[in-house]
Design a protein around this ligand. Structure first.
Ligand code: IPM
Ligand code: MG
Length: 368
């Protein structure tokens, strides 16, 4: 039997630092659980631009298509602000999402008990929170045509297009309903059907999929602005939220802060099943490249480590091992270990990125 393959793309800013800690965890699974991976590494984002003049080399794209799962750190940084739009670091990530057709982006927001006081919301609003945002990731205004900056009369006009086909809505709705079946059986769909035709179609198709194939699921609909408000008012009313690419981008950042820090949130981007039955998959933290703290050992590696836990669960059918890793993270937080993004308690000294990684590996050892 050959080992499952993983392509690691650390990217820019804090990406490489947090990925170093994930590699410790991957190595631990090989050494202690007999779960070895064929790991290869490559460049994405600004790092790829510096070497190749493009934020994703064709060879890297081909590699990503060929592996069982891709693990990505973060892309972007001020150094690349003035680059032409077509070669900005973010384009590398968007190309991966689009060409791998990773239409279902799972962004779980769980509030670890030890961190409930770090949220900007009151403890009782967030303690025990466990919601899943399913963001459509390969269509909508991120990719719709026409797009561009054009001349019109004597001024310029910037255009982007929100566009969804029925089948694009259908498949992401199914992904959300399937997840809800393994959770509390509730889905809330968010759009702006009050002002956008694409929102009207979104609502209709989601309802139709539910009525035809998922009658056991409790489905509700909300306008995305009201949804944002409800997410901060009483987030525990939600189980699974399904929404489009742009609203999902915004709503998942809100959800992230409910958990105390953006440094805690993992994500999985899944596509259709490959020949071996595994879904096309890319795992990445929700946070960005945080150039202001890059290279200083201050970054929180937990979001990236929890992204690997999602890989264990969704790509490698190792749900128990994923839970083991999540519990190890929980244990380390309960022991009071905090990276700099999680400070605030009196007398607590921050641990470095690598100390946090080591502590999680030690907690994994202790779990045996
Ligand atoms: C995210 C990020 C990306 C997005 C950027 C880096 C292109 O904000 O994954 O949420 O807008 O999708
Ligand atoms: Mg975002």
């Amino acid at each position: 039997m050959t080992n499952p393959s993983l392509l690691i793309l650390p990217g820019d800013g804090i990406g490489p630092e947090v990925m170093t800690e994930v590699v410790k965890v991957i190595d631990w699974y090989g050494a202690k659980r007999g779960l070895s991976f064929d790991v290869s590494e490559d460049l994405v984002g600004g790092a790829a631009y510096d070497k190749h003049g493009a934020p994703l080399h064709d060879d890297t794209m081909a590699k990503a298509q060929g592996v069982d799962a891709v693990l990505l750190g973060a892309v972007g940084g001020p150094k690349y602000d003035d680059l032409d739009f077509s070669v900005k670091p973010e384009r590398g990530l968007l190309r991966l999402r689009k060409e791998m057709d990773l239409f279902a982006n799972l962004r779980p927001a769980q509030c670890f008990d030890a961190l409930a006081d770090f949220s900007s919301l009151k403890r009782d609003v967030v303690a025990g929170l466990d919601i899943m945002i399913v963001r459509e990731l390969t269509s909508g205004v991120y990719f719709g045509e026409p797009r561009g900056i054009f001349e019109e009369g004597n001024e310029r006009i910037g255009i982007n297009t929100q566009r969804y086909t029925e089948s694009e809505i259908d498949r992401v709705a199914r992904a959300a309903f399937e997840l809800a079946r393994k959770r509390d059986g509730k889905v809330c769909s968010m759009e702006k059907a009050n002002v956008m035709e694409s929102g009207i179609l979104w609502r209709e198709v989601v309802q139709k999929v539910r009525d035809e194939d998922y009658p056991d699921i409790e489905l509700s609909h909300m306008y995305a602005d009201a949804g944002a408000m409800q997410l901060t008012r009483w987030p525990k009313q939600f189980d699974v939220i399904v929404t489009d690419n742009l609203f999902g981008d915004l709503l998942s950042d809100i959800a992230a802060m409910l958990t105390g820090s953006l440094g805690m949130l993992p994500s999985a981007s899944l596509g259709a099943p490959m020949e071996n039955g595994r879904p096309k998959a890319l795992y990445e933290p929700v946070h960005g490249s945080a150039p202001d703290i890059a290279g200083q050992g201050k970054a929180n590696p937990i979001a990236c480590i929890l992204s690997f836990a999602m890989a264990l669960r969704y790509s490698f059918d190792q749900g128990d091992e994923a839970t083991r890793l999540e519990k190890a993270v929980e244990r380390v937080l309960a022991d009071g270990k905090r990276t700099a993004d999680l400070l605030g308690e009196e007398g607590v000294q921050p641990v470095s990125t690598s100390e946090m990684g080591d502590a999680i590996v030690a907690a994994l050892d202790a779990s045996l």
